[in-house]
Ligand binder design. Structure first.
Ligand SMILES: [Zn+2]
Ligand SMILES: [Zn+2]
Length: 353
């Protein structure tokens, strides 16, 4: 085994660098050491680096990842075998500490969010703490990248769908077509058989959603007739709106298109405060729901991938080896502008050049 590894470290103060780090070691009996086979850069990573979201520093970033098991702690020897591949949830938790007892497992004092409160996956290797709370086997015949988006992007979409109370066949407007927006459309269409209206400013993304068959209707958010078009499609406004972007304009769009008695569900993490026109909600008798996903439904969604019901590989538009991860961050919008057509950046293992 090597003595050091490469990893992307967040140093606080908007600074990241690709550093040589000590190899992770088993520290607790239920730890697993994994070789990271694939990881993804998340919008939350960008928020952290830009200083809009909290994270410990210095810390290796990354919470969307798959591993090949290379070492197994004493307590989980029966459960995991060296060489097996797992996709890992964005957080792990002990279930015993004060934070866990409050239900705030993402801030578990003995675990928590990977790449937020404990060392993350944008590295060659990772220590997966509390392995029983976060590891899901990649089924035979399924590639790691095919399930890479399940525990965060798809689970976030599912959280938004569930908190909105979506039923099969409902009409749902999805605002924003970033990775979560696309994954939400995928689930709404393939699992919930909904009538999906996709809304964003990027015409290219709208057309992609239509082409993929995961949006029935597309409306460009820059169109001055946008609200009128949604009314035309729905007759009375959208009964359910799932908002995935979280800025002033997208939230206003949600308030404007929601129907009387409708539901706005937002899964955005919000980079800062926005002003909320609550009077619109009051007069529409509409409701709003929000929050952070709780890594639920992962096993079911992995099964859907295995069965070929859902497929999110279309979202893996860009790939960089760990060597070029900072370039990957730039592609994904670190300096303000995401590369057009880029839905998700996958980080592949370090390449010896
Ligand atoms: Zn994420
Ligand atoms: Zn805990």
């Amino acid at each position: 085994m090597k003595e050091t590894m490469k990893g992307l470290v967040y140093h606080g103060n908007k600074t990241i660098s690709l550093d040589d780090l000590p190899m992770p070691k088993i520290e607790k009996p239920d730890d697993v050491i994994g070789r990271v086979t694939a990881s993804a850069i998340c919008t939350s990573d960008i928020h952290i680096v830009q200083g809009h979201a909290p994270a410990k520093a210095p810390l290796v970033l990354g919470h969307e990842f798959c591993i090949e098991v290379v070492e197994v702690g004493e307590a989980v020897k029966e459960q995991y075998k060296v060489g097996e591949h797992y996709v890992v949830a964005p957080l792990s938790f002990c279930g015993q500490c004060d934070m866990c007892k409050l239900g705030r497992v993402g801030r578990c004092e003995n675990g928590g969010g990977f790449g937020i409160f404990q060392s993350g996956a944008q590295a060659e290797y990772i220590r997966v703490s509390n392995s029983r709370t976060c590891m899901y086997k990649v089924p035979d015949g399924v590639k790691d990248e095919e399930v890479l988006l399940v525990p965060d992007m798809l689970a976030t979409g599912l959280f938004g769908i569930k908190q909105a109370g979506v039923q099969k066949g409902d009409t749902v407007a999805v605002i924003g077509l970033g990775p979560v927006g696309f994954c939400t459309c995928e689930l709404l269409k393939k699992i919930y058989e909904c009538n999906v209206i996709a809304i964003t400013r990027q015409q290219e993304s709208l057309e992609k959603a239509k082409r993929l068959g995961i949006a029935d209707e597309i409306v460009n958010a820059t169109d001055s007739e946008m609200v009128g078009k949604v009314l035309q499609i729905t007759g009375k406004g959208a009964p359910i709106v799932i908002e995935t972007t979280g800025n002033q304009t997208t939230m206003e769009t949600a308030f404007n298109i929601v129907a009387y008695g409708g539901m706005i569900s937002t899964v955005a993490v919000f980079g800062g405060p926005i002003s909320v026109p609550f009077h619109t909600l009051v007069y529409k008798n509409a409701r709003i729901a929000m929050g952070i996903q709780r890594a639920e439904g992962i096993a079911d969604m992995i099964q859907y991938v295995k069965d070929g019901v859902i497929d999110t590989t279309f979202a893996l538009t860009h790939k960089v080896p760990l060597n070029d991860i900072i370039k990957g961050y730039e592609l994904f919008g670190l300096n303000g502008k995401r590369t057009p057509g880029c839905i998700k950046v996958v980080v592949t293992p370090w390449e010896d050049r």
